[in-house]
Design a protein around this ligand. Structure first.
Ligand code: OFO
Length: 171
């Protein structure tokens, strides 16, 4: 049985993962609206990944005798100045999530909740991957600049990244 405070912290994280799913779905809508179909596909797949992060927490809470609860999820931003801005924003968001996960792991360790500490290892590894992924997209903009043809290339690249991710998800 999870300690009450740990269940509260994990529920907070569950709701943050739901926010992440909404953020990626909303940014996908923005990209599609602006004609960046590759970026839209990439972000939409990522939204599905975030739902899996949420469900993992949902199951852990349920399986340890706690009550998972869905709270009020804040609205994600709708408008951005540029495609690069979308990815700078999402990269910063991933960095924040990493901090949250690390903080949770720290609390679990300090309270000797080794089961939760063990559960969080998956998230620690996952965050490392997500940060790498989003940084690699931000780096593309630095490399190619922001002219129309550069954006076209980045968008094309995101389309192939989306196809790879889709493939990975199906396997
Ligand atoms: Fe993007 O890792 Fe969950 O939130």
């Amino acid at each position: 049985m999870l300690a009450k405070t740990m269940a509260e912290y994990l529920n907070e994280q569950l709701n943050l993962e739901l926010y992440s799913a909404n953020l990626y779905l909303q940014t996908s809508a923005y990209c599609r609206y602006k004609g960046f179909d590759g970026a839209a596909a990439f972000l939409k797949i990522h939204s599905q990944e975030e739902m899996k992060h949420m469900q993992r927490l949902f199951d852990y809470l349920s399986n340890t005798g706690a009550l998972a609860f869905i709270g009020l999820i804040k609205e994600p931003p709708v408008k951005f100045n540029s495609l690069e801005n979308v990815f700078k924003y999402t990269y910063a968001h991933e960095q924040e999530i990493t901090e949250k996960i690390n903080n949770l792991a720290n609390i679990a360790l300090n309270t000797k909740d080794f089961l939760t500490f063990n559960f969080l290892q998956w998230y620690i590894a996952e965050q490392n991957e997500e940060e790498k992924l989003f940084k690699s997209v931000v780096d593309k903009f630095t490399l190619v600049g922001d002219s129309g043809s550069s954006l076209f290339l980045v968008d094309k690249d995101l389309q192939s990244m989306a196809s790879n991710l889709q493939h990975h998800t199906i396997e």
